[in-house]
Ligand binder design. Structure first.
Ligand code: HEC
Length: 153
């Protein structure tokens, strides 16, 4: 009976530790420039950076569309980096990303979706640019806090 309880406690602690490591802490280390380095394999880094370049590409398309006063291309560009795009991230990589990174990343995808919905509903370029300006704070904030370094094996 006693052994049973000890085992339960050990398992619960192990589970809590796993949740902390994979759900909250991620695979991180302090970086030389004061940011938090996320330690990734080359292929994982490639995947995250490809997602980043898609963010930048969509941002360019949204600014261009708003400047031209024709929001249809902005809607398409925003949806291309919406929450649906995030499903491509494998669980093994998810586990290495700290909670703050995941939260900010998800919020960014959702803001692109919301921007697309509002651009369709309101068709107001100034409103779209306002939403983009707020969304870009996520990019600025995340880049100030995190960078990606190679995992040491
Ligand atoms: C959740 C965190 C996060 C958010 C949000 C985020 N980024 Fe990034 N981004 C990163 C990290 C980390 C890097 C790697 C930086 C480094 O290692 O110095 C990066 C790199 C990049 C790069 C370089 C890509 C390459 O191929 O080298 C671009 C461009 C970029 N981000 C654009 C954006 C844009 C535009 C947004 C907002 C629409 C954005 N990012 C939002 C975390 C984020």
């Amino acid at each position: 009976m006693r052994l049973c309880w000890s085992l339960t406690v050990v398992l619960a602690l192990a589970l809590a530790g796993a949740v902390y490591l994979f759900g909250i802490r991620g695979s991180v280390a302090p970086a030389s420039d004061g940011r938090t380095a996320i330690l990734l394999e080359p292929g994982e880094r490639d995947l995250v950076l490809a997602e980043m370049r898609a963010f930048l590409q969509s941002t360019q398309a949204i600014v261009a569309a708003a400047a031209a006063g024709e929001l249809a291309p902005a809607v398409t560009a925003a949806r291309a980096v919406g929450a649906a795009a995030q499903e491509a991230v494998p669980a093994s990589l998810m586990g290495k990303l700290p909670l703050g990174f995941k939260t900010l990343g998800l919020d960014t995808h959702q803001r692109f979706d919301q921007l697309a919905l509002n651009a369709e509903a309101m068709d107001d370029p100034a409103q779209t640019l306002q939403e983009l300006a707020e969304l870009l704070n996520n990019c600025v904030g995340c880049h100030a806090a995190f960078r990606i370094d190679a995992a040491k094996n």
